[in-house]
Design a protein around this ligand. Structure first.
Ligand code: GLN
Length: 231
C-alpha cells in the first residue's frame, strides 16, 4: 500500500484561522484513495525524522518567536529534506519563517530557516480579506490576515498573481512562494480544502506519481463561489 509520512510542525503554537484543516484535507484525500498516511505532530523539544510532507501553520508574532528559536535546531536537517525533494507547505506565519527572517513591528528580528530565498518585514497596515490568485494552470482562493510584507529573491518564485486582495506585500501583485517542492502562501481558509487541486499536487509530488481524480463537486462549488469575491 502507498504511504505518506506527514509532519505537522508546532501545531500547539502555529494554528490560527483553521490552518489545521490543511492536515485534515491531506489525510482525507489519502484515505479516500486507500493511501496510508502517518501524521506526526512535532512540538517544541521534539526531534524531527524524515517525512514526505512538512506542514507549518500561521500564528501571531509572539508564537512565531518561540518557533523561530526552535526551528534553528533543525535548519540544516530541513534544508537537506528540501534538497532531497520533500514537500513543504507553510501558511502565513509559518511561511514567513521558511524565509531568511521576519522583522516584526516591535522587538528583535525572528530568524527563519531559509528554505525559501525570501524575507519579511512588518508593514504599516494589516491586510485582511479574501484573496484570489491566478497561477499558470488554475486559481487559488482563501483569506489573508497579516501585517508582514514578504519579498522574494533569486530562484524563489511566486505561486501566482494576485487578482483580488494583497498577497505577499500588496505592491508587486505576487502571492506565495515556491522553491523546489517548498511552498508558502498567505492563504488561510483553510487553504487546501478550498483548493483541492493544490492538495492533490502536493500528494503527487510526495508520492512521485499521478493520482486518480476523486469527486470534488462540493469542494469545487466552494472554490468557485470564492473566486473574485472581495468581501
Ligand atoms: N504574525 C504574522 C503577521 O502578522 C503572521 C500572521 C498569520 O500567521 N496570520 O504578518
Amino acid at each position: 500500500m502507498k504511504k505518506v509520512r506527514l509532519a505537522h510542525l508546532y501545531p500547539k503554537l502555529l494554528n490560527i484561522y483553521g490552518d489545521r484543516g490543511n492536515i485534515l484535507a491531506l489525510k482525507k484525500r489519502c484515505e479516500w484513495r486507500g493511501i496510508e498516511i502517518e501524521i506526526d505532530e512535532i512540538n517544541i523539544s521534539d526531534s524531527i525524522k524524515e517525512h514526505d510532507i512538512y506542514f507549518i501553520g500561521g500564528g501571531q508574532d509572539l508564537q512565531q518567536i518561540e518557533v523561530s528559536k526552535e526551528l534553528q535546531k533543525h535548519k540544516e536537517f530541513l534544508a537537506g529534506e528540501r534538497d532531497r525533494g520533500a514537500v513543504f507547505l507553510g501558511i502565513c506565519g509559518g511561511y514567513q519563517l521558511m524565509g531568511h527572517y521576519y522583522q516584526p513591528h516591535n522587538g528583535e528580528r525572528l530568524e527563519g530557516i531559509s528554505l525559501l530565498d525570501a524575507y519579511t518585514v512588518a508593514g504599516g497596515k494589516r491586510f485582511i480579506g479574501n484573496v484570489t490568485v491566478e497561477t499558470e494552470t488554475s486559481t487559488l482562493v482563501g483569506f489573508e490576515n497579516h501585517s508582514g510584507l514578504t519579498y522574494l529573491m533569486g530562484e524563489t518564485k511566486p505561486i501566482g498573481r494576485v487578482v483580488v486582495g494583497n498577497g505577499n506585500n500588496g505592491k508587486d501583485k505576487t502571492e506565495g512562494a515556491r522553491y523546489k517542492n517548498v511552498f508558502g502562501t498567505y492563504l488561510h481558509g483553510s487553504f487546501l480544502p478550498k483548493n483541492t487541486h493544490f492538495a492533490d499536487y502536493m500528494l503527487e509530488l510526495a508520492l512521485g506519481e499521478k493520482l486518480d481524480p476523486i469527486n470534488d463537486e462540493i469542494e469545487e462549488l466552494t472554490h468557485n463561489s470564492l473566486i473574485n469575491k472581495a468581501y
